[in-house]
Design a protein around this ligand. Structure first.
Ligand code: IMO
Ligand code: MG
Length: 427
């Protein structure tokens, strides 16, 4: 049995949850290793739609255990609500294991996320367009070494002492910089102490748990959140999330050794989308962009915002493939392209008269990049009912083969609709 990492290869929302769900039946443990409630992983079971924010997308498989790893930042009330909702569906929640080393998103994190965005806006800087879940401020505290971890939450006295210390700073920031009213130590302590008691049965040393699973040769899936282009180092900084979203962090964020990972799968859409601010070279502002948004139902599950849509960006696609060392790719939402007569794929950028094939770090330069497009004929027929690769229209197959060549990675599967079973295995 193997350890497999499933990574978003674009700006998030590629369909990672869906792929994890389809693989989960053959998996013993699914692990989230970074991010938090900013993720919105979406799975359809029959006519029921599940959206996972913090719980791994493997929970729907009755025998699969789910780990929220040390690299994740956890919002207790939101997580408890998610656990309660899932329990209503008759799912056994004792399969959820939360790392005692994971950091806690506190009320001041969520508040500061919103205040910082408002401040960017009013000072003329461009807003990042965060999900307002407190993710960035929670990671800031983690690296400032003033974060509160799950283990601290369980230790009543420690928690109060730590919280009192941190809250002194946060209240100064809230009142003196942002003109906000201060937060109450008593109230937060009381509220989070109650959450700690409720979460206690789930909190454990997940590194040890995963090491035991590894020794036992269990199948483990590492579920990436966000996407490689939102990675704090390799994404379109500063319009990125605050964690490392690439395969390189899957091991550290879960507490598994790097050489335990056997396979890395990248999830892409057959076009590209992005929510929030930042350059997007292949973005479409025309009817085709509108068509992709409507046919692809491109509305964010976490924020309700409409996603920006564009042609498949092969420069960024190949960059993500190399960065993550993808052994294979999965292409989602082929059916969304069904009615488009001529498709375009970006193979390079033109920048100041030069042709480049890798994205520049300087965002002004990236924004100035003009995509070099190659045109491919569409297939003009409905692919959503197709279940075997041989039934795919010739032009659809040619499109996928071209993407495969551009990202230099074999495409293992392609999805033709949102439901379970609408995934066609190619290899
Ligand atoms: P999944 O896992 C798409 C984006 C936000 C914003 C930026 C920073 O569903 O693919 P943050 O709240 O993380 O500080 O916001 O990152 N973003 C996502 N976009 N899918 C996601 O997750 C995202 N998580 C964060 O829109 O631009
Ligand atoms: Mg999302």
């Amino acid at each position: 049995m193997a350890v497999v990492a499933v990574i978003g290869a674009q700006w998030g929302d590629e369909g990672k949850g869906r792929i994890i769900d389809e693989m989960a039946a053959q998996t013993d443990v699914v692990v989230r290793f970074q991010g938090g409630g900013n993720a919105g992983h979406h799975v359809w079971v029959g006519d029921t739609q599940f959206t996972f924010h913090q719980v791994p997308s493997g929970i729907l498989s009755p025998n699969t255990h789910c780990v929220i790893g040390n690299g994740v930042v956890i919002d207790p009330p939101a997580l408890l609500e998610e656990l309660r909702d899932l329990a209503k569906h008759g799912l056994d929640m004792t399969r959820v294991h939360i790392s005692d080393r994971a950091h806690v998103i506190m009320p001041y994190h969520t508040l500061l996320d919103q205040l910082e965005e408002r401040d960017r806006d009013s000072s003329g800087a461009e807003m990042i367009g965060t999900t307002a879940k407190g993710i960035g401020p929670a990671y800031v505290d983690k690296y400032s070494r003033i974060g509160i971890r799950m283990a601290d939450l369980l230790d009543v006295d420690q928690f109060r002492t730590k919280l009192a210390y941190v809250l002194r700073f946060k209240n100064r920031l809230l009142t003196q910089i942002y003109g906000h009213s201060p937060l109450s130590l008593e109230e937060i302590h009381h509220e989070y102490y109650a959450y700690a008691r409720e979460l206690k049965p789930y909190i454990t040393d997940t590194r040890a748990y995963l090491q035991a699973a590894l020794d036992d040769k269990q199948a483990i899936l590492l579920e990436g959140a966000q996407g490689s282009l939102l990675d704090v180092d390799f994404g379109t900084y500063p319009y990125v999330t605050a964690s490392s979203t690439v395969a390189g962090n899957a091991s550290a964020g879960a507490g598994l050794p790097p050489n335990s990972i056997d396979d890395v799968i990248g999830v892409y859409k057959t076009y590209i989308t992005r929510v929030g601010t930042g350059p997007m070279p292949t973005e479409l502002h025309d009817d085709t962009g509108e068509h992709l948004a409507i046919r692809g139902y491109e509305i964010g599950r976490t924020t309700g915002r409409r996603r920006r849509c564009g042609w498949f960006d092969g420069v960024l696609g190949r960059y993500a493939a190399k960065l993550n060392g993808l052994q294979s790719a999965v292409m989602m939402k082929l059916d969304v392209l069904d009615r488009i007569p001529t498709l375009k794929v970006c193979t390079a950028y033109k920048l100041n008269g030069e042709v480049i094939t890798t994205p520049p770090a300087n965002l002004h330069l990236l924004a100035a990049c003009e995509p070099v497009y190659e045109e491919l004929p569409g297939w003009g027929s409905d692919t959503s009912g197709i279940t075997h690769a041989a039934e795919l229209p010739t032009n659809a197959r040619a499109y996928l083969e071209r993407l495969e060549a551009i990202i230099e990675t074999p495409i293992a599967a392609v999805s033709v609709g949102p439901k379970r079973g609408q995934t066609i295995t190619l290899r």
